[in-house]
Design a binder for this molecule. Sequence first.
Ligand SMILES: CN1c2c(nc(N)[nH]c2=O)NC[C@@H]1CNc1ccc(C(=O)N[C@@H](CCC(=O)N[C@@H](CCC(=O)N[C@@H](CCC(=O)O)C(=O)O)C(=O)O)C(=O)O)cc1
Ligand SMILES: N[C@@H](CCS)C(=O)O
Ligand SMILES: [Zn+2]
Length: 774
Amino acid sequence: MMIKTHILGYPRMGLQRELKLALERHWRGEISEQQLEQAGAELRQRHWGQQRDAGLDFVTVGDFAYYDHVANHIQLFGCEPARFEFSGQESALARYFTLARGVVSEQITGTCCNHAHATAAGKPALEMTKWFDTNYHYLVPEFDHATAFTLASGRLLGEVAEARALGHAVKPVLIGPLTFLWLGKAKVEGFDRLTLLEQLLPAYVDLLLQLKAAGVEWVQVDEPILGLDLPGSWVLAFERAYHTLNTAQVSLLLATYFSQLQDNLSLACKLPVAGLHIDAVRAPEELQSVADWLPGHKVLSVGIVDGRNIWRADLDKALQRLAPLVERRGATLWLAPSCSLLHTPLRLCDDASIDPELRGWLAGASEKLDELRVLQRALNEGEDEVAGALLAARNAITARAASPRVRNPAVARRVAQLPQDADRRTSAFAVRQARQKQRFALPSFPTTTIGSFPQTAEIRAARAAYKRKELPQQGYEAAMRKEIAHAVQQQEALGIDVLVHGEAERNDMVEYFGEQLDGFAFTANGWVQSYGSRCVKPPVLFGDVSRRAPMTVAWTAHAQSLTDRPMKGMLTGPITILQWSFVRDDQARSLTAEQIALAIRDEVTDLEAAGIGIIQIDEPAIREGLPLRRARWDDYLKWAARAFRISASGVRDDTQVHTHMCYSEFNDILPELAAMDADVITIETSRSDMELLRGFGAFKYPNEIGPGVYDIHSPRVPTVEEMVRLMKKASEVIPPHHLWVNPDCGLKTRGWPETQSALRNMVEAARQLRAASA
Ligand SMILES: CN1c2c(nc(N)[nH]c2=O)NC[C@@H]1CNc1ccc(C(=O)N[C@@H](CCC(=O)N[C@@H](CCC(=O)N[C@@H](CCC(=O)O)C(=O)O)C(=O)O)C(=O)O)cc1
Ligand SMILES: N[C@@H](CCS)C(=O)O
Ligand SMILES: [Zn+2]
């Protein structure tokens, strides 16, 4: 009996973000396609080597992407949207980057977010959206009646050959046909993309046959949508689809992850595939049922190591859970992380920013490979053979559980003693609104921005020099104050009503707060891809959270001292901090959220005491945190809204609380957004042409709203007319005296030239709206 190990996918960027650097150099024209391909090949080779060295039975091929793996499938199956009008002369890689980044017709110099969403005469990139409940964004395939599929790219087969030439046993990974169609978007209203399945399947069969001819035995086919509440027609389509794929006679490992199979469990077990992978971390309760239902000759791949978090695995517990399966299934049992390791940092064991004690509690992707190896050897050779490794893991788990660093009795007391009404403002919105109108005397259609201004190369370089200790603290702070003064001066010159300090001092909105809160640690190289070449370093939330000292007050008060206009304090909310961090798994997320909320509440009240009258608490990740299964929504939304209210409710009636949300659909959670009771909500709406606001109007959203009037993802400067048009559209569904005028989101990925021009037009649009409504 030999139990096998494998992974569903591995991080792509490299420890020093080598792929990001190579990509951005290529986009700037500094290195050729060939040089970029060379950098990609080196990373793949290194990462496959790590998988082999860890004793995995296969290396996984097809998880690598120069931008996004969904985009890879668009090329693989030849369904690049016709609207890009490729001439046929472009290289495949050039077309790929055009899909990903669009074509900007008006080239404006300055930093760019690397992704052009909407351009007037250029070609908008494919839309980006969240990959299930992660902070990874994929490129959305576009489907219509004319979409056709064919096996069009040799890249995957090329990578398979590359890995085999290096002597690896290879298991390619594909997104399954149903998940691929589900993730796409119908370009024509009413078009049912499921109708494309029959045409898509032959392309998959073609590919599987070629993989087989290339010597491949197993292919992993990811169908994570089996963990969603699917319409009946999609559920029914699975059987048909997999009967067709089975004709290629390759062993298929159907991979599900992130959620519970529930109603789809027996379907997943019955499909004509050779094996099934399940996420035993997110759905531990289903392991037994799957083991019962899955025929004994099929492989059961158990996702036993958490692929979504960075805690060292409890190997004793894992072995206990696996023991009955080993007895029953023997060699048809495989072990794996719960999902692709794309969502974890590559390596943490030697990260210089984390102290050795804490480091011993963590496992990045490469350490998770080692955990799999220990489990495999314990089961195949006996626990004695890995007694040392098991003991080390046990000691780490015990040390973490017993560590005084994890518990702070003062935090526990404060949470326990929190009055029930700590999440309520003193007065109802109407009373607050009247007091705030009196205090700020803002014009109708007041203008503001969402917080960040361009993170220029100079800002990043100053921070890098400060971190390397080449620039003393004083020098760094002086440089940031200069940036703030510049931002204030720009906004005053433009005539914006409510100013922001610009967030120059923040590396990332979540990492910045994590660095300043007790209970968090932060990494030097714990990068995780967010989209394309953009990465984040999620902080590690390991213990009870509390605020050591005010975090933003000095910067905000300084900014306020430079202007007579209201300066908006800028904070990140508890749910977004929770969602974009690696969070402790030893207590409920709701409790952790409450602790963060209290820390933010202290900052809010300190800002108020420092004379800041308007405070924004960003919650862009509130929707992303929604459980994938609807039955679990209510519980989450209840505690998430309460955590937000706790953070926001310590202030007077005449202090105005804003919140901001982006990257999401909100219409299905409007009552809960209203229950957050922010005085003003600014939201991303321009890409939906204000359609998103219809829901807010129909629901009679009670408080004030700033619907974004322009998409900040593009350097394109919006015209006054189009912003006036959007606001007029907004006025049809929202009472005009409730409306604010602002961009969709922060401007950190933009350059100053286009920012100035866009905001100038935005202020002029507000002026025209006021004149028209006077
Ligand atoms: C709003 N979004 C965010 C999400 N998640 C977050 N955690 N934060 C977000 O803001 N999710 C949804 C969206 C979209 N996602 C992103 C994610 C990432 C970026 C982005 O621009 N990332 C930057 C890295 C940001 C950062 O941490 N910067 C640091 C380090 C800068 C650096 O690379 N320094 C160099 C030296 C530079 C020099 O010398 O000039 C170095 O250390 O080598 C900092 O500012 O200090 C990225 O580049 O990927 C955007 C949207
Ligand atoms: N205040 C943040 C919100 C991003 S969602 C910013 O402006 O970048
Ligand atoms: Zn935003």
